[in-house]
Design a protein around this ligand. Structure first.
Ligand code: GLN
Length: 484
C-alpha cells in the first residue's frame, strides 16, 4: 500500500479493500516511526486526521466519493488550514493556528481528501536545502546526511520516504521541482495563476505558485484537477474553464519537438547529472520525439534578477509580521517601536532577514531604478527568450538541479553558492511558465537525478503526457530509498 499510486489507492478505497481510516492510520504510524529521523513534518494531529478519514469513509459508503475521497495528503506548512498550526517554517508564526482554509485546502476538503499533517519547509519558503527552517533541517531519505532540497523539502521527503502518498508544495524559484529532483519524486509548478494563492502565505507574490508533489506525473495530474481553479479572492487567479489534466496522458510522443537549451548543458552541470539527463533524452528519441537545439541567452541573468525581485516582494509581504495581530510577540519591550523591532529580530531567521534587507535596499529611493526596475526589464527579456524557444519546440528539457543532493551544511555559509542551485528552475516562474520534474536516474552516491521540462503557458496537460509516457517506459519513479 505504501508504494501505491493515488489511482491505485482510489480504486482500493472504492472496492472497499481498505478504508480511509486504515489507510490514514498506516501513514500516521509510518510518520510516528520515521519522522524523528527525517523531520519532514512540523505538525501531525492524529485525532483531526482520523476524524476526516471517518467522514471520508461515510462518504464512500454513501456512494458520493470523488477520486480523492479518503486519500491522506500532506500539506506544506505554508498553506493555511483551519484549526491547524500553520508556521511557514518560522518562529514568528510558531503559535499561529489558522482560523481559515487556503483555497487549495478548501478544494481538497471538498473532494474528501484527508489532511495527514503539515510539512517542514525553509522559513517563508526561502531556501534550496530546507536548512533555514526554525524547526530544523529535513533529511533526505536516500541519504540522511544530505539535504532533500527546498523549500518544499518536507513534502518531498515525506513522499519519497512513503510517509504520505502525495503532498502539496509551492514554487517561487524552484521549490517544488528542485526538492522533487533531489528526492526522486515528481512535481509540477503550474502556469502562474492556475492555482489560487489565497491562504498560501506570501513570499514573492508575482512568482509564488502552488502545485502537487507525488510519485508519478499521473498522480500530479489527478491532484492538479482538484487544486486548480478560479478563486475571486486572489486577484491573479485566472478565470478559465476547468480542465481535466489527465486527458492527454496516453497520447503518443511521435513528432514531439524537445528543445535543448545549450546553456542548460554548459559549465556548472555535474557529470553524473548530465549523464542521466542525456540518457533520458535518448529514451525520448526512442519514444518518437526529436530534439532541437535552442538558446536561452539570458539564463545567467536569471539568478541575479530573481534575487532582486523575490526579496523586494518579500520585504513588502513580510512587513505584516509585526507582533500585533497574530504570531509571536516578544514578551518584554519598552514601547511599540521596541516591540516591533524585538519581535522581528527574534522572530525571523538569518536568511529571511538577509532578504528583507536586500529587498528594502533595492526598492529604496535612489536604488529602485538601478536594481528593481532594471531587474523587471531583464525579467521581460527572459520571458521573451522562452517565447522565442517555443517557436522551435513543444517542450524544453534539461536537468532540474546542477547536482544531486549535497551534504547538510555544505552550502549554508555561502548564500551565493546556495542561490546557484536554482539556475535551471528560476526562469519558469520569472516567465510564469509551467514546469515539471520527474526522476530520471541516479548519480553519485546513488542519489536521484531529476529531468526538468518546461512547457508553454497552459500546457500542463501536455507536460503530464510527456512525463507519463516516459514513466511508462522507465521505472525510476518506482524506486524508493532502502531501509524505510
Ligand atoms: N531556492 C529559491 C529561494 O531560495 C526558491 C525558493 C522557492 O521556490 N520558494 O528563493
Amino acid at each position: 500500500m505504501i508504494h501505491a499510486t493515488l489511482k491505485e489507492l482510489s480504486a482500493a478505497l472504492a472496492r472497499k479493500e481498505i478504508s480511509s481510516v486504515e489507510l490514514t492510520t498506516l501513514f500516521l504510524e509510518r510518520i510516528e516511526r520515521l519522522n524523528p529521523r527525517l523531520n519532514a513534518f512540523i505538525t501531525v494531529d492524529r485525532q483531526r486526521s482520523l476524524a476526516m478519514a471517518r467522514a471520508a469513509d461515510a462518504r464512500i459508503a454513501a456512494g458520493q466519493a470523488t477520486v480523492l475521497t479518503g486519500i491522506p495528503l500532506a500539506h506544506k506548512d505554508i498553506f493555511c488550514a483551519e484549526g491547524w498550526l500553520t508556521t511557514c517554517g518560522s518562529k514568528i508564526l510558531s503559535n499561529f493556528v489558522s482560523p481559515y482554509d487556503a483555497h487549495v485546502i478548501e478544494q481538497f476538503n471538498a473532494a474528501g481528501a484527508v489532511i495527514l499533517g503539515k510539512t517542514n519547509m525553509d522559513e517563508f519558503a526561502m531556501g534550496s536545502s530546507n536548512e533555514t527552517s526554525y524547526y530544523g533541517p529535513v533529511r533526505n531519505p536516500w541519504d540522511t546526511d544530505t539535504v532533500p532540497g527546498g523549500s518544499s523539502g518536507g513534502s518531498a521527503a515525506a513522499v519519497a520516504a512513503r510517509l504520505a502518498p502525495a503532498a502539496t508544495g509551492t514554487d517561487t524559484g524552484g521549490s517544488i521541482r528542485q526538492p522533487a529532483a533531489l528526492t526522486g519524486i515528481s512535481g509540477i509548478k503550474p502556469t502562474y495563476g492556475v492555482v489560487s494563492r489565497y491562504g498560501m502565505i506570501a513570499f514573492a507574490s508575482s512568482l509564488d505558485q502552488g502545485g502537487p508533489m507525488a510519485k508519478t506525473a499521473e498522480d500530479c495530474a489527478l491532484l492538479l484537477n482538484t487544486m486548480a481553479g478560479f478563486d475571486a479572492r486572489d486577484s491573479t487567479s485566472l478565470e478559465r474553464p476547468r480542465e481535466d489534466y489527465t486527458r492527454d496522458l496516453e497520447r503518443p510522443l511521435t513528432g514531439l519537438r524537445i528543445g535543448l537549451p545549450r546553456e542548460f548543458f554548459a559549465e556548472g552541470l555535474a557529470d553524473d547529472v548530465r549523464r542521466a539527463v542525456e540518457e533520458a533524452i535518448a529514451e525520448y528519441r526512442r519514444l518518437g520525439a526529436r530534439t532541437v537545439e535552442v538558446s536561452l541567452p539570458n539564463l545567467n541573468l536569471s539568478v541575479p534578477v530573481y534575487y532582486v525581485i523575490a526579496p523586494a516582494e518579500a520585504s513588502s509581504n513580510l512587513s505584516r509580521f509585526d507582533g500585533v495581530r497574530y504570531g509571536y510577540r516578544v514578551p518584554e519591550y519598552a514601547d511599540l517601536l521596541d516591540m516591533y523591532c524585538k519581535t522581528r529580530a527574534q522572530g525571523f531567521g538569518a536568511e529571511v532577514k538577509r532578504r528583507i534587507l536586500i529587498g528594502t535596499y533595492v526598492l529604496s529611493h535612489g536604488y529602485y531604478d538601478a536594481y528593481y526596475l532594471q531587474a523587471q526589464k531583464i525579467r521581460r527579456l527572459i520571458a521573451q527568450d522562452y517565447a522565442e524557444a517555443f517557436r522551435h519546440c513543444d517542450v524544453i528539457m534539461g536537468p532540474t538541479s546542477p547536482t544531486v543532493a549535497f551534504p547538510l551544511g555544505a552550502k549554508t555559509d555561502d548564500p551565493v553558492q546556495m542561490y546557484l542551485n536554482d539556475i535551471y528552475t528560476i526562469g519558469a516562474p520569472l516567465a510564469g511558465l509551467p514546469a515539471l520534474s520527474v526522476p530520471c536516474g541516479f548519480g553519485a552516491g546513488g542519489l536521484p537525478v531529476g529531468l526538468h521540462m518546461i512547457g508553454n503557458y497552459f500546457s500542463e496537460a501536455r507536460l503530464f503526457n510527456v512525463a507519463h509516457r516516459f514513466q511508462r517506459a522507465t521505472d525510476w519513479h518506482t524506486r524508493a530509498p532502502a531501509n524505510i
